[in-house]
Design a protein around this ligand. Structure first.
Ligand SMILES: [Zn+2]
Length: 117
C-alpha cells in the first residue's frame, strides 16, 4: 500500500483596486487582454492551503486567453501605465539639452544620382 499525498499549489486571484479597466499586452500570446491581478500562491497539501509562498499577495498580469501569468515586476511597461495614470510624471531633468546638439551631417553632393566619369 502506498499513501498518495496530493501536494500542489493554489493561486488565489483577486482584482486589484484601480486596475480593473487596465488592459495590457500579454507577453505570451501577444493579445491586449491581460489584466493586473493580485496573486497569492499557497502550498497545498491534500488541496488545503498550508503555507503561503509569499507573505503578501503580489501584483501580476494575468491573461485569460492563454492563462499566462507574469509578475508585475517583470513588466516595467505596465508599471509605467499604472504610475502615469493618476499623476503627472515629472520629465527627466535637463531634458535633451547637452546631447544630440550636433547638426545632421550635410549630404554629400551627387548622392542618389551616381555619376561615373
Ligand atoms: Zn496570453
Amino acid at each position: 500500500m502506498a499513501f498518495i499525498f496530493t501536494c500542489g499549489t493554489h493561486k488565489f486571484r483577486s482584482q486589484m483596486q484601480g486596475y480593473e479597466n487596465l488592459q495590457v499586452q500579454c507577453q505570451n500570446c501577444g493579445n491586449f487582454s491581460g489584466h493586473v491581478m493580485k496573486l497569492w500562491e499557497w502550498f497545498t497539501f491534500c488541496f488545503v492551503p498550508i503555507i503561503p509562498f509569499s507573505l503578501k499577495p503580489y501584483p501580476a498580469v494575468h491573461c485569460p486567453i492563454c492563462n499566462f501569468e507574469q509578475d508585475l515586476k517583470y513588466r516595467p511597461d505596465v508599471q509605467q501605465q499604472v504610475n502615469g495614470g493618476g499623476q503627472a510624471i515629472p520629465m527627466q531633468p535637463g531634458g535633451q539639452q547637452g546631447w544630440n546638439t550636433r547638426p545632421p551631417p550635410p549630404l554629400p553632393p551627387g548622392q542618389g544620382a551616381q555619376v561615373y566619369k
